[in-house]
Design a protein around this ligand. Sequence first.
Ligand SMILES: [Zn+2]
Length: 232
Amino acid sequence: MRRTIRRFWVLPLALAVVYGALLWPKTAAPVSVTLPEGPPVLIIDAGHGGEDGGAVSVSGQVESSINLSVALRLDALMGFVGVTSVLLRDSDTSLHDADASTVAEKKKSDLQNRVAQVNATENAVLISIHQNTYTDSGNHGAQVFYADEAGSFVLAQTAQEALRLALDPANARKPAKIPDSVYLMKHVTRPAILAECGFLSNPAEDKLLGTDAYQIKISLALAAAYWDVYYR
Ligand SMILES: [Zn+2]
């Protein structure tokens, strides 16, 4: 009984601390960001889906399902605070056109459709959710990548800090420019970040990434960062 009570309290308390840390008035000078004319629309992209599962973890977890779980939680949090958000996918599907037949065609069509939806949305801001993997299983820690579009860097910086506070205060990773090879991020014409929430190739992080508590902390950190940049 005591364990149940303690567990019941620890998570809300941790989340309140993280959220508070992001939303409390800061002493540092405010960052400059060009705000859209109308209210921003958060587009949440759960990376991969359907036949394209993305990376597979050391324990067999599939990246696409963790991405989706975090995306759904982020969307729910946005709804909770009354912020407009759109999920590019809300189930384990690929977004390819019906006439795409090969795996390569489906992948290409899926990415083109994601880009089209982002670029067709006025005042869109994109948060794409992925999980990392590397040959060295020692690599760990969330890292946020940003697109070329103005506004991307400040959101990446804020999200990187929020993820550091929420997940691992010792994480020294810095936000980085996304490589040109990432189709979605290269082709969107809206502020965009891609969050690599952790390494599926690291056994400890893989285990954490599969838990409700850790996924809630990730989604809350991303929500707080978005709020901090666009609503504070
Ligand atoms: Zn991925």
